[in-house]
Design a protein around this ligand. Structure first.
Ligand SMILES: [Zn+2]
Length: 251
């Protein structure tokens, strides 16, 4: 799936990757689709409970995502308990980062891009749809973390999960104006085919990464489209109500 990663576990529910390019202290998980189409909290906890049973991971930080750029550091957090799981839900935020071990920074997506960033002792999970790309959530986080910990930018690794790709992500013409006004070179992120405009989220990510002086070789992606692979992943555009769960954890 990734060139430089090892797939440790695959079952009906999830894919677990261990990125070799980072170190053995970080795991990244990409959940796959369940038969259950519900997006309720109960469904999420069923899922997390399953993850616990096969991985022993039981502490999860979830987000109430709002397509913004609030990014929160997780230090000492209170956990609530549900069945085998300890969790906390951070309100109105689209990014989490932490140097704490044993805490899964969790994202829910159905077409948006889950972005994981590893930098020194910090792991981050960012939720980026078109609004997050427009507001440059990745650029904001990387500048924040490099100023905070003073790590060399060449050491920062960015890993993205399944999302709706250019093949399927048709958008309205007004979006070109919006991205242009935020400083994007729109020819790098949009394509037009048969009079339909397509947005390439991965390109918006690459533009943000390059603007941070991070080599584009430090981006790793799954090349999986949630819309093309709708039997495997939830897709909002395909009418799914469920969400793909993915997370990063320092061990
Ligand atoms: Zn596609």
């Amino acid at each position: 799936m990734f060139k430089n990663s090892r797939t440790l576990y695959i079952d009906f529910y999830m894919i677990l990757l261990q990125p070799r390019f980072v170190n053995k202290d970080v795991d990244i998980f990409f959940g796959t689709k369940l038969n259950n189409k519900s997006s309720s909290q109960e469904f999420i906890f069923d899922y997390l409970d399953h993850i616990y049973k096969i991985t022993n991971i039981r502490r999860f930080i979830l987000m109430h995502q709002i397509h913004g750029t609030n990014i929160q550091e997780i230090r000492d957090t209170r956990f609530l308990r549900k069945r085998n799981i300890y969790y906390n839900i951070i309100n109105q935020t689209d990014g989490l980062y932490s140097s704490k071990k044993g805490i899964a920074l969790t994202i829910k997506t159905a077409d948006c891009m889950p972005v994981f960033i590893v930098s020194g002792d910090f792991a981050a999970a960012l939720h980026m749809g078109w609004r997050g790309a427009l507001q440059k959530i990745v650029y904001k986080y990387i500048n924040h973390i490099t100023n905070k910990i003073g790590i060399g930018r060449e050491k920062i690794m960015v890993i993205t999960g399944p999302h709706i790709r250019e093949c399927c992500y048709s958008v309205g013409p007004e979006m070109i104006k919006q991205f242009k006004s935020e400083g994007y070179i729109t020819s790098r992120i949009f394509t037009t085919k048969n009079k339909t405009i397509y947005l390439n989220l991965e390109s918006t990510l690459r533009e943000q990464i390059i603007a941070c002086n991070i080599p584009k070789e430090n981006i790793f992606n799954t090349s999986l489209c949630t819309s093309c692979l709708n039997t495997l992943f939830y897709s909002h555009r395909k009418g799914d109500k469920g969400r793909n769960i993915s997370f990063i954890i320092r061990k």
